[in-house]
Design a protein around this ligand. Structure first.
Ligand SMILES: Cc1cc2nc3c(=O)[nH]c(=O)nc-3n(C[C@H](O)[C@H](O)[C@H](O)COP(=O)(O)O)c2cc1C
Ligand code: SF4
Ligand code: SF4
Length: 342
């Protein structure tokens, strides 16, 4: 029996992987005859203003501020524990919620940053007004192997907003975050890996959609999702992340630097920062006075590779986004097929 569902996917994506994942989820839903709309937080909401009004920071940002302050200005970061109690509802979002309530299912997605959703997504979720209609909702994430508290966090926040949380789906695609520390980032090889992982993702999405389907018919369906796998295989990752993440972030990420001689003052980094944290100095060069969530977009998107965080990320490879990788693969496949033709 087919059912027609009206689905909305709301997401934040730092460097494009989560956006790509949302597009795969939509494609698989479309194949089942569902209508699927997407809502990129940055396109429809002034996410940086929303976040800057009451900035919530994960532990690693607070540590960065303590260990390597970038300026003398005190920044009123709010710790996550405090932010959770700070559930002021925002009248600007009332209309949005009214409109969203017409959907049958809403999915919220983000990259995993230090076991949780990105701080801009956290701020947005906390600011969402209470839903008077218990619309079904799920969470989705992209990550590098350890989702940690992401699902539990989403479940708690979305349930507290009056939504009916039905589950979570997550996918690890490619280690895009480490590109900024590598000498070379092979576009074709990584593009092929992305394609392989996309097949896994589609399979898991369909398992999840079977479960979603059962939710509307009351048929019992055992959905293990990625949670069990994450619990078992996530333990070493989790240990690695909890001890290793400090080391990695501290040495590779914390900080801000610019090779002024390479900067063409295009303002891409200033305009692209989802937290609106990059300003311009007296000479019109970009500068960041505060630690951020390290979404890596400014580094990756800078056309001249002028930016770096720590010295170890200076003049290193960059991650161009999933579309560029897939384009590189199709280009090489096209050239190979041309050569092999008699
Ligand atoms: C600051 C930072 C923290 C991260 N923390 C985690 C983590 O705790 N667990 C994990 O599995 N992946 C972690 N990652 C990897 C991202 O979740 C992964 O690269 C994600 O797919 C990026 O999605 P995007 O391209 O939509 O931004 C982290 C990445 C960054 C930049
Ligand atoms: S994106 Fe790069 S080149 Fe453009 S202003 Fe920023 S640092 Fe300079
Ligand atoms: S400064 Fe760069 S890495 Fe930090 S949040 Fe902004 S775009 Fe992302």
């Amino acid at each position: 029996m087919t059912i027609m569902l009206n689905v909305l996917l709301v997401y934040f994506s730092g460097t494009g992987i989560t956006r790509y994942y949302a597009s795969l989820i939509c494609e698989e839903m479309n194949k089942r005859g569902y209508n699927c709309d997407t809502y990129d937080l940055e396109e429809l909401t002034d996410i940086s203003t929303l976040w800057q009004k009451r900035p919530v920071a994960l532990n690693y940002t607070i540590k960065a501020e303590v260990e390597r302050p970038l300026s003398n200005y005190p920044w009123p970061y709010m710790k996550l524990e405090n932010a959770l109690l700070d559930r002021i509802e925002s009248p600007i979002l009332d209309d949005v919620v009214q409109y969203w309530s017409s959907y049958d299912l809403i999915g919220f997605g983000s990259p995993v940053y230090s076991f949780r959703p990105a701080p801009v997504m956290i701020r947005f979720l906390l600011d969402l007004p209470y839903f008077n209609k218990a619309v079904r909702t799920f969470s989705f994430a992209t990550h590098d192997g350890a989702q940690g508290d992401y699902e539990a966090f989403m479940k708690n926040v979305l349930t507290a907003k009056g939504l009916k949380y039905i589950g979570h789906i997550g996918q690890s695609f490619i280690y895009s975050a480490t590109a900024i520390m590598r000498e070379k980032f092979d576009h074709v090889k990584t593009g092929r890996l992305l394609l392989r992982k996309s097949e896994n993702a589609r399979r898991d999405i369909n398992i999840f959609l079977e479960y979603v389907h059962s939710q509307y018919f009351g048929i019992p369906y055992w959905y293990k999702g990625t949670n069990l796998i994450d619990k078992i295989f996530g333990i070493p990752y989790r240990l690695f992340y909890s001890y290793g993440i400090d080391l990695i972030l501290n040495h590779f990420l914390f900080g801000y630097g610019i090779h002024k001689e390479d900067c063409i003052q295009c303002m891409t980094c200033v305009n692209q920062c989802p937290q609106g944290l990059i300003e311009v100095d007296k000479e019109d060069y970009p500068i960041r006075y505060y630690h951020c969530m390290y979404c890596l977009r400014c580094l990756n998107w800078c056309p001249t590779n002028a930016l770096y965080f720590s010295k170890l990320t200076s003049r290193k490879a960059r991650f161009p986004g999933p579309e560029v990788l897939l384009e590189a693969v199709s280009q090489i496949d096209y050239e190979t097929s041309k050569k092999s033709k008699p």
